[in-house]
Unconditional design. Sequence first.
Length: 183
Amino acid sequence: MNKLSLLKYGIPSALLGALFSTALSFIFTRDPLQVFIFDFTMLFIGLVIYVSLNSGFPKNELDRFSLSVSNLLLGVCIAMLFFTHTKLYSLVTFSCLFLLLLSIEYLNKLRFMYRFYRAFSLAIVIYFIGLVVFSNTGIEVNPAQTMGLLIAVVPMEKGFFYLLILLISVYLFEFLKSKITRG
């Protein structure tokens, strides 16, 4: 895939993922504009990592394990929903992630989850570094709405939230790419 295709499909995908994040940030954060800028940047970085890894390492020998990872994440979502149902941020994050994973793995015809997990494992490191650097700037979540488990100064749920919004962006990217190349 060339750089023009990344821009053509990646920018709308990252924008829609960031808009989803921003819609939720009106409830959970102090400054939705900062959240939009930060999340758009992190989502676009995640898409660049996704496209770069896919073009640099096109083989998918481990694709057969992606359903197992997704099923494990579905189980984690159910457990977190059970234990954190009183915390609004956790409830929204894990329920949306559960529904999205379920629909992508069991209802969707596009197969990209192995490539997604590979890119996510790198992008999450950059995301957490960004969250630590920009903590106390308006992008942090109200601590009363989280479980209270922190990774450095970042609530644990933020990692799952990034999984959610990056998965939305990658799905939209793959969907747009498949519709336009097929049509």
